[in-house]
Design a protein around this ligand. Sequence first.
Ligand code: ADP
Ligand code: MG
Length: 375
Amino acid sequence: MSAILPGATLGVLGGGQLGRMFCVAARTMGYRIAVLDPDPGSPAGHLADHHIQADYSDSAALDRLAALCSVITTEFENVPAQSLRHLAAKCAVFPAPEALEIAQNRNREKQYALEAGLLPVPNFALHNESELQTALAEIGLPAILKSASLGYDGKGQVVVNSEAELRTAWHSMGEVECVLEKKIDLALEVSAIVARNAKGAVCFPVAENQHRNGVLHISIVPARAADSISAQARAQALQLAEALGYTGVLAVEFFVANDGTLYFNEMAPRPHNSGHYTKDACVTSQFEQQVRMICGLPPGDVRLLSPVVMVNMLGDLWEPDWNMILDRPEVKLHLYGKQHARPGRKMGHFNVLSENIETALAIAEDVFAKLKPKC
Ligand code: ADP
Ligand code: MG
């Protein structure tokens, strides 16, 4: 396949912040952009050359997108598989619909990771109530019940400490397909982000991730894990991308248990919140990498130029004193252009670059502590 070059139009399904940052990277490189998103105020729609405001299952809208674009990608994994297949019949679509379908279901992705040689968290796929007891006997307590699909940012999951709690949780989730997972004693959470296409595969430096209320709060790079753990995470993420024959950017989340075991948690078939540090701290950002991968260009250099700490800015602390942030020379602010702040809504992030992690963390914590709401 010959590469798709600047001047061509790239399509993206979804107009959230990941789509917006993809647009910025693509436009910087001279590409045009078409976004499909029903929301007239979507963060990516603002920056796109074409914004098709329609539902993801609107086949006429999908046809219009395909007619405009040389290649189409997605910024969120829950695009209906049927829509992707519809598009793929008319236009190049990366990642492939099959890879998205695997990532859309926690049971499928765990099975796939296992077959690719990774070690998923001990788990049991649940389809009906009669399986609850067997699942509990196999997994033990405490455990976490997660809906198999549509969960994100800690939504659609409940920690259970008894069979009665498991039963209640199962009913509260609407008796949909679930997975019961062993609750791991976490030493650390890390993620590894791969960029892969037929021209090559690379993995970014591993990020150490800390969550609050199930939402990513902070990423620290390099991760404060043993070198052998980080090396293993990168190798396994590449291995999974290889097994999938993947084209695009693939994020893989891992748990490091207190006994040093590295467990596969989940994957995302797109750039990832824990990779936002790459925008300021790597030779190539994860969004430029997404452009490169879908256009058939070789992956860019993933070298880390500086220790970095990324902090998410949620709608809970809005709107901050901008001068307090912008007056700090080590801090790089990224906002997503969302008009309305709501608790838990991702409004932006900032990256702190410093000669060492300790200093970057101290600055990050100081700025975060001052993110008080205006009124
Ligand atoms: P989401 O799709 O919401 O990111 P995750 O499965 O990654 O779902 O869970 C969100 C967070 O909840 C994880 O990053 C981790 O902090 C915690 N968590 C999830 N599963 C487990 C588990 N099996 N053991 C310990 N902690 C877990
Ligand atoms: Mg996760």
